[in-house]
Design a binder for this molecule. Sequence first.
Ligand code: NDP
Ligand code: OXD
Length: 309
Amino acid sequence: MAETLAIKADFERFDEWTEAFRPGNLELVHWDDLKAGQPLDYALVWYPEPGALHRHPGLKIIFSVGAGLDHLVGENILPPGIPVVRMVETALTLGMAEYVVYHVLRHHRFMPQYEQFQRDRAWEEILQIPANQRTVGILGMGVLGTACAQALMPFGFSIIGWSRTEKRLEGVEHYHGADQLDRMISRCDYLVCLLPYTRATRHILRREHLRHLPEGAVLINVGRGGLQVEDDLIEMLDSGHLGAAVLDVFEKEPLPPDNPLWSHPRVTITPHVASMTLPETSARHVLANIERCRAGLPLTHVADMARGY
Ligand code: NDP
Ligand code: OXD
């Protein structure tokens, strides 16, 4: 009998998910069609309700639809003892690299200023700064941070990274641990945040750390909204210490219409779309792990839920 995979994800694309999982010899079930107590082998989920994953005996793996796992944190969300596998897939990785390169280059080439000049019909030049005189810092040198660093390298920027543990990546100067954070931040003309949201990283983008940025630096937060303190960002943007902010994620999503960030002249807002999980490529990642499970091999990209990522 075929094993069962239930999906609680982007239901508008359920047909696409079904097609993508065809090679897996699985019975695919839409989460809303599950019967009470129906046994399940695998679940692919985004924001499951408390208790929902406990109601189905037999679960072998819980797959997160996203790279981030904060949607799985909370009372009674995860049944104990079942491995959680993070989403690591090519479309998600490439999409993030595109977004970050685009916004770094947009600011590096003064496009917000030139767009204003155009609106003003002003023929004005700003002296271009060579990329090798600018530093891009990446907080979180995991799968996505590393891909962004590699995508930025050909332009010649100096790239520095920060993570929890020590790392080596050719072309990147590395910092790690809380003690080295402010030193790393003090060098960044562009600061990209690709940290997961955990107890240790909550509100890490606050004045206490961001005040170390060089005057006029640009912040790009694509990690999670809970990493930033919005009031601190607004104050630092108003004072000019922060030259601009590109924010894809917010503590409250959707961002409420009365949030002052919407109309701040130096803020670019996107609605948590820096990158997206695509059924075709993510099904390959899920199926590869299901094959490993069937073969009794260790799974890849298993989350450490005690650490939070
Ligand atoms: P990874 O788990 O591969 O990488 C996380 C990185 O953060 C690691 O380098 C890790 O350090 C570092 N880190 C974690 N905690 C700390 C800490 N306390 N201090 C210093 N460094 C820390 O995750 P991904 O790269 O796959 O994804 C990163 C995040 O991006 C996701 O958690 C999600 O929130 C966000 N995301 C946002 C999307 C969007 O559309 N806006 C899309 C996809 C993801 P170490 O390597 O030493 O463990
Ligand atoms: C993710 C996201 O975590 O899309 O993958 O935010």
